[in-house]
Design a protein around this ligand. Structure first.
Ligand code: SF4
Length: 436
């Protein structure tokens, strides 16, 4: 019989629909980056697709199905892959064959917990947070257990989230000493395993939540700002924009010395100098030295620029939405774009236009890759020969179809670059014409 800690037993509310806790395990990776992060909890196409995939996995586990070969082949979402991986990992722990692992039976025996709300408390039994754990397996007697989390999007660092779930299970079942957390990145058909002891989890989780609860916490812009409730009006992000505009040097008065506008200006001057690409050795060496001396400031500016770019594109996106709804914004108007009519029957339009072939081509967007695909190997070789261009081994690697398509494209690009032509139609035509 599994023992349950007193704390968990009094707080079990499995089955009830609950709002996310402000410091929920899934928010921990974001809180680790910025203690002021607050999940926007907006339902998007992306999150509802994630929910659908979690439900599908849950139903596979609860029914305990055998997957057919066709289902595996049709597994576009990776949920079937995740289901098989879960069975494989559980059977490894049980030293059994994955095909004989019956997840439904394990759920009935209360060894496998699906979509379960788990609570975490601190050393003094004060509740820290709660969250929904995708899947947890423990046979009830071993010192080791497994925790699974299905990820349906990008691969991001989920260590803090996994540590939080693991801690909740350690607190629920004190007999367990190791929890292997398996993160299933279903889109990539990859899994990452992190093994935790209870102490490791406490060392990760407690400081993050303590910082988030702190009265003196400070905002730090990071990769998750777009998911944050304050994302569109966060002062930290506005400050990042202001730094780029140089008119708020005061905001970094407590920061490292390079965060002064003078250093920022010097960094930009160094980059300007470098961008001239001085071709004499001495000029190059001086520009390089200048850039290297400012490299810390340049690195900071790159981060700032990234943050500012995201923030400004968010402003643009929302402003456009507002204008479309009839709001007027001074000095900004939406251009009414009509999409160009696509020509499908080029030959008829060419005949109808009565233009010369060069004039007609000048009206077209020409794709280098498509042209390269159509050109014969002989033409490519002839052009390369004409301009005495070296033929790279990469370009002429033979595949079953002759010169590789990408190699042909590279060759054509090289010719265009060599001749300093643009890639407009008439120029390409003139290259081709010149070797006929
Ligand atoms: S938007 Fe602001 S509060 Fe939210 S995570 Fe970014 S810096 Fe922190």
């Amino acid at each position: 019989m599994q023992k349950t800690s007193k704390f968990f037993a009094t707080q079990t509310i499995i089955g009830k629909k609950m709002r996310h806790h402000e410091f929920s395990p899934s928010s921990l990776p974001m809180l680790a980056e910025c203690p002021c992060f607050s999940s926007s909890e907006k339902e998007t196409d992306y999150t509802s697709e994630g929910t659908k995939r979690h439900r599908r996995l849950q139903s596979l586990l609860e029914v305990g199905v055998r997957i057919t070969e066709e289902e595996e082949i049709d597994d576009a979402t990776g949920v079937v892959w995740a289901y098989n991986k879960i069975k494989e990992k559980i059977s490894q722990l049980l030293c059994t064959d994955a095909s004989s692992t019956d997840t439904k039976q394990l759920i009935d025996e209360k060894k496998l917990f699906v979509e379960t709300i788990v609570f975490t408390h601190d050393g003094a039994y004060n509740n820290l947070n709660f969250g929904t754990c995708d899947l947890f397996f423990w046979d009830g007697k071993s010192f080791e257990a497994i925790l699974f989390d299905l990820k349906t999007g990008q691969k991001r660092d989920a260590t803090a989230q996994m540590a939080n779930y693991a801690l909740a299970w350690f607190q629920r079942f004190p007999e367990i000493s190791v929890i292997n957390s398996v993160i299933l990145y279903s889109e990539f058909r990859e899994c990452k395993i992190i093994s935790f002891s209870k102490e490791m989890c406490e060392n990760i989780v407690f400081p993050i939540i303590a910082a988030a609860k702190s009265q003196t916490k400070k905002k730090r812009t990071n990769q998750y700002c777009d998911w944050c409730e304050f994302g569109n009006h966060c002062q930290a992000r506005l400050d990042a924009v202001d730094v780029v505009r140089f008119d708020r040097p005061d905001i970094f008065k407590d920061g490292p010395s390079f965060r002064s506008s003078e250093i920022v200006k010097r960094a930009l001057t160094a980059l300007d100098l470098f961008s001239l690409l001085p071709d004499d050795d001495q000029g190059f060496a001086e520009a390089k030295k200048e850039v290297q001396e400012c490299s810390e400031a340049i690195g900071y500016l790159l981060h700032t620029a990234k943050s500012a770019a995201k923030y400004l594109s968010g402003i643009e996106f929302n402003a456009k939405k507002a204008i479309k709804k009839g709001i007027t914004i001074d000095g900004f108007k939406l251009k009414n774009k009509t999409s160009p009519l696509e020509v499908t029957d080029i030959q008829s339009v060419f005949e109808l236009s009565k233009l010369s072939s060069l004039d007609f081509l000048a009206c077209c967007d020409v794709s280098v890759s498509k042209i390269a695909e159509k050109m014969s190997e002989e033409t490519i070789y002839a052009i390369l020969k004409e301009y005495a261009l070296p033929i790279s081994d990469d370009w002429i690697k033979k595949s079953g179809d002759g010169i590789l398509k990408s190699a042909k494209q590279k060759a054509l690009e090289k010719i265009i670059e060599f001749k300093r032509f643009g890639i407009r139609g008439e120029n390409i035509l003139s290259i081709v014409e010149s070797v006929k």
